[in-house]
Design a protein around this ligand. Structure first.
Ligand code: HEC
Ligand code: HEC
Length: 340
C-alpha cells in the first residue's frame, strides 16, 4: 500500500475514534449499547391484607391510576369509568415527544399484565425497564420510585394482581428519535434492600411523599432540553399542555409570590375540592382529583414540607395574560413581572 494511503487510513480511524468518544461523552454510553438492566428473578410477593390496603392507597392517591386508567376528560374531576381502574390509556398531554400510552396493568392475559411476572412489574416500577426489556419513557415516574421502600413496592404489585382483569388493547408507546435513544441512559438496577424510612416526623414524611408523587416534574421549571432549572426547586412556571386549556404550574415555595397563604385546613380543602378558598378554581392539569384521596395526615405532612422550601421569588398567575418570563424562559401569566 502506498504510504499516503496508509496515513489517510490511520487518520480516518483516528477520526472515527474521536467522534465515537465525543458521542459517548455527549449522549451517554447507554444511548448506543442499550439501558443498564438486571435479569428478572422468579420471586413472588405474598398477598396480605395490609399490603392490599397499602397498595390500593398508593395506586389511587399517588398517581398510578391517574395515568394508567381512561378518564372522562369532559368532567372537571376526570372520573375513571367504573371498572376501568388500571386498564391503561393514552396520556392526554399534547406536547410529548411521541405517542405515550400508560399500559393496562390489570391481570388480563392478552391486553394487560396477566403474563408479566411480579419481578417484571417491580423492575419496571423502580428501575425503568419494561416487561419486554425496553427502557421506558421517564414520564412514567420511575426515577422517583427508585426510593420506594421494598414494602410499598410489594404492596403495589400485590394490589395490581388483585384487580379484576379488564380487556383493553392499547398500542405501545412510541417515542421519536433521538429522545428514544437518549432515554436509555436513565434506568439503573437496584440490588440493595430499601427499608421503610421513619415517617413519624411530618416534614420528613412530606418530603418522602412529594418525591414519590413527583410534584417537581410539574412544579419545577425546566429549560429547553427539559432539565430542571437550578435554584428554582418547586418554584412553578412549567407549562402543562392539556386538551382543556394550558396552565402554568404554581410556585409552591413560601415566598410572598408563592403559596404563603395556606394553613392545614385551607390546603386540605383545596386538594379535596380543586378550589382555593371557594373563590378560585384550579386548572384540572393540577391532579387534585388524585391527591384528594390522601389522608389528612399525609396532606398536612406535604404542606409541612413545602413550608420548609427555600423561598423563590417567581410570580406565576394563570389569570393574567401569558408573557415572557426572564427567570424560566417560558411564556406564562405574570411572566413580565419577574426580574432576573
Ligand atoms: C405520569 C404518568 C404515570 C404515572 C403517575 C405512573 N405511570 Fe406507570 N407508566 C406510564 C407510562 C407512560 C408507561 C409506559 C412507558 C413506556 O412504555 O415507555 C408506564 C409503564 C408502567 C409499567 C411497565 C409496563 C410494562 O410494559 O412493563 C408499570 C408496571 C407501571 N407503569 C406501573 C406504575 C405504578 C405502580 C405507578 C404508581 C406507583 C405508575 N406506574 C405511575 C405512566 C405513568
Ligand atoms: C401533572 C402536573 C402536576 C403535578 C404532578 C402536580 N401539580 Fe400542582 N399544579 C399544577 C398546575 C398546572 C397548577 C396551576 C393550576 C392553576 O393555576 O389553576 C398547580 C397548582 C397547585 C397548587 C395551587 C397553588 C395556588 O394556590 O395557586 C398547589 C397547592 C399544588 N399545585 C400542589 C401540588 C403538590 C403538593 C403536588 C405533589 C403532591 C402537585 N401539586 C403535583 C400541576 C401539577
Amino acid at each position: 500500500m502506498k504510504r499516503w494511503v496508509k496515513i489517510l487510513l490511520l487518520m480516518f480511524m483516528l477520526l472515527v475514534i474521536v467522534v465515537a468518544v465525543a458521542a459517548v461523552q455527549m449522549f451517554g454510553l447507554h444511548t448506543f449499547i442499550g439501558p443498564r438492566k438486571r435479569a428478572l428473578t422468579d420471586s413472588k410477593f405474598e398477598s396480605t391484607p395490609a399490603r392490599l390496603e397499602r397498595g390500593q392507597y398508593i395506586a389511587n392517591s399517588m398517581g398510578c391510576f391517574y395515568c394508567h386508567s381512561p378518564h372522562d376528560w369532559s368532567k372537571r374531576d376526570h372520573p375513571i369509568p367504573p371498572g376501568m381502574e388500571g386498564a391503561g390509556q393514552q396520556l392526554p398531554y399534547t406536547d410529548l415527544p411521541g405517542k405515550v400510552f400508560a399500559p393496562n396493568l390489570t391481570p388480563d392475559k392478552e391486553t394487560g399484565a396477566g403474563t408479566w411476572s411480579d419481578d417484571a412489574l417491580a423492575r419496571a416500577i423502580r428501575e425503568g425497564i419494561a416487561h419486554d426489556d425496553r427502557a421506558m419513557f421517564p414520564i412514567m415516574p420511575y426515577p422517583h420510585y427508585r426510593t420506594m421502600p421494598d414494602e410499598d413496592l410489594a404492596s403495589i404489585v400485590v394490589y395490581l394482581r388483585s384487580l379484576p382483569p379488564v380487556r383493553n388493547p392499547l398500542p405501545k408507546t412510541e417515542i421519536v428519535s433521538p429522545v428514544k435513544y437518549f432515554m436509555r441512559n436513565a434506568p439503573r438496577p437496584i440490588s440493595n434492600p430499601l427499608p421503610q424510612p421513619d415517617l413519624s416526623d411530618p416534614v420528613k414524611r412530606g418530603s418522602f411523599l412529594v418525591n414519590l408523587i413527583g410534584c417537581a416534574d410539574c412544579h419545577t421549571p425546566v429549560d429547553k432540553r427539559h432539565n430542571f432549572i437550578s435554584g428554582m426547586d418547586l418554584a412553578g412556571g412549567q407549562i402543562l399542555s392539556v386538551p382543556w386549556g394550558n396552565a402554568a404550574s404554581a410556585n409552591l415555595t413560601p415566598d410572598p409570590t408563592g403559596i404563603p397563604y395556606y394553613d392545614d385546613a385551607l390546603f386540605i380543602k383545596t386538594m379535596r375540592t380543586g378550589e382555593v378558598g371557594g373563590v378560585r378554581e384550579l386548572n384540572s392539569a393540577m391532579p387534585w382529583m388524585v391527591l384528594r384521596n390522601m389522608t389528612d395526615q399525609d396532606l398536612s405532612a406535604i404542606l409541612a414540607y413545602l413550608k420548609t422550601l427555600k423561598p423563590v421569588r417567581h410570580r406565576v398567575d394563570n389569570s393574567l395574560p401569558p408573557t415572557l418570563c426572564p427567570l424560566d424562559g417560558t411564556i406564562h401569566g405574570a411572566g413580565d413581572q419577574n426580574r432576573k
